[in-house]
Write a protein that binds this ligand. Structure first.
Ligand SMILES: [Fe+2]
Ligand SMILES: [Fe+2]
Length: 529
């Protein structure tokens, strides 16, 4: 039965895991993964093992979902303890690296502006040969970590990578970032690195029939899981995507910041986060609506709702080129997105700089500065994408926060007028610690933490963008409201949430100026003829 040509069922989901934790970009780079393992995963597990009741009680309150609590019952405390012990044992060098990073920070803090040469011999042993020390022009010492070299060291641990496969009956999935997966959670938990070709062979079967038996062999599915694996396949062919044959651009909103732009010649997809398919009243586009080949995937930044490995791994086999912002090698907050993707098996990953233009069939792509939203950290790996196709121009601005409207004034001639502006307006984001806490060696004072939030544009700032770029139409997107994002974004806004109030206000501003504006939800289609 497993050797007949079959399709992958449209409700099959994948969870890429790192040490059994749902993966995001900071867990892939060897420069940052140790910091998150030591300062987040181990701490959470230690806390759960010491007081599981506290975690269980906290999660009775839905407002605390997404907080630092493990979502397992008390009865699983021994399994969490086993994972804690195994991580401590097997990832001992990650703990050592974390200590080395904080020792290096202290060493650099002691420098007084004189030559850094004598310090090389004092660099913690683990980091020697991986860092160049330097001053900024105000004589503050810092270190550049040579990330490509670290990827070639034993700190890049493909052995900690695995995937779990499952069928989903609906959108509801537990929040993933604060809870490790435990053995027994999924019968199909496979110890393969993300770059494994078996993953491509599997997901190619979403649209092209293949042999489940061959894929099982490639992925090393154990015979004990053969039945669960066979259940992932069907003889029923999926819906065929409807190709666009017009002379303009067809734009389809797939949810959150994921937008597919198609002309007769080319397809471009931003920040892929795609829903699985199962019977539901909430109409949406799914994998079956994607073209068999996606020519360009554009990533705006590394946040897990924009660079979502779960979706990207499923699409990898059908992506032509993937365009990412260039990172700032001088900051541990800013690992290279190009390396993250190249090391996990993506081909043709290219970096785009601010105002760099890349020609594509029938148009071009340009990197547009994306400021703000990253807690004032030196993160350069973030970009808005100006997409020009069939004579139309669309700016996919993601979570840009127009902290300095003058930037848009400087850009206005180059960018505007736009046919469409897509802007995220999560004007009140999480505190700095929520995303970046584990990168910090020093405790973060509460006042600092609360003031440096991951805020996107509010209505006043969005209006400044409007003033300078003159879009003909505005879409507020990337609001995290689609139900298929609930496992990575806990936020569900009601009409009293500042994000809703501010975006409604901005929609009114646009309408007052005769500019159509909307906040799409679930799905939307528009054709720019
Ligand atoms: Fe973001
Ligand atoms: Fe976002």
């Amino acid at each position: 039965m497993l050797d007949r040509p079959m399709y992958l069922k449209p409700d099959v989901a994948i969870e890429p895991l790192f040490n059994q934790w749902y993966v995001w970009w900071y867990l892939i780079s060897p420069a940052t993964a140790p910091l998150f393992v030591s300062r987040l995963h181990l701490k959470l597990m230690q806390s759960f093992v010491a007081n599981p009741d506290v975690h269980v009680a906290a999660l009775q309150n839905p407002a605390l979902m997404g907080g630092p609590f493990i979502n397992h019952p008390v009865s699983r405390v021994n399994e969490v303890k086993a994972l804690l012990d195994r991580t401590t044992r097997e990832q001992a060098d990650m703990l050592a690296y974390t200590k080395a990073v904080s020792d290096l920070e202290q060493l650099l803090a002691s420098s007084k502006g004189e030559s850094l040469e004598p310090l090389y011999a004092k660099v913690p042993d683990m980091l020697r040969g991986f860092v160049e020390l330097h001053y900024d022009l105000a004589h503050r010492a810092n270190a550049r970590i040579m990330e490509p070299l670290l990827y070639r060291s034993s700190l890049y641990k493909e052995s900690a990578q695995s995937i779990s496969l499952m069928r989903v009956a609906g959108d509801a999935r537990k929040y993933v970032f604060s809870t490790p997966r435990l053995e027994g959670d999924s019968p199909l938990w496979l110890q393969v690195p993300y770059r494994h070709e078996g993953i491509d062979a599997l997901f190619r079967m979403r649209h092209t029939p293949g042999s489940p038996g061959q894929v099982a062999e490639m992925l090393g599915v154990p015979s004990s899981a053969a039945e669960a694996f066979a259940d992932l396949f069907t003889e029923t062919a999926p819906r065929k995507p409807e190709p666009y044959t017009g002379s303009g651009v067809r734009v389809r909103y797939f949810g959150h910041a994921c937008v597919l732009m198609e002309t007769r010649e080319v397809s471009v997809l931003t920040d892929p986060v795609i829903s699985y398919e199962f019977p539901t009243d909430q109409r949406r586009f799914t994998h079956a609506d994607l073209p068999e080949k996606i020519d360009y995937v554009l990533i705006t930044h590394g946040h897990a709702d924009h660079l979502m490995m779960e979706t990207l791994l499923q699409l990898r086999h059908r992506i032509g080129t993937i365009v990412v912002p260039r990172s700032n090698a001088y900051s541990l907050a800013d690992p290279s997105l190009r390396l993250v993707l190249e090391k996990t098996g993506f081909k043709n990953v290219i970096e785009i700089d601010d105002l760099q233009e890349i020609q594509i069939p029938g148009g071009s792509l340009m990197g547009i500065p994306f400021i703000g939203e990253h807690s004032d950290l030196a993160v350069q790996a973030k970009t808005a994408h100006l997409v020009r196709l069939a004579g139309r121009s669309l700016l996919m601005a993601a979570d840009s926060n127009a902290l300095e409207p003058r930037m848009y004034q400087h850009l206005s001639e180059l960018v505007g007028p736009l046919d469409a502006l897509y802007l995220g307006m999560e004007c009140e984001g999480g505190p700095m610690s929520w995303m970046y806490g584990p990168l910090l060696s020093q405790p973060l004072p509460r006042k600092m933490d609360q003031s440096r939030r991951l805020n996107g544009s509010d209505s006043a700032r969005a209006t400044e963008i409007l003033n300078h770029l003159n879009p003909k139409e505005v879409f507020i997107y990337a609001m995290g409201q689609e139900p298929w994002l609930r496992h990575v974004m806990v936020l569900q806004y009601d009409e009293t949430a500042p994000q809703m109030i501010e975006s409604n206000k901005f929609i009114e501003v646009c309408k007052g100026r005769g500019i159509p504006a909307a906040r799409p939800f679930l799905s939307m289609e528009q054709v720019l003829e």
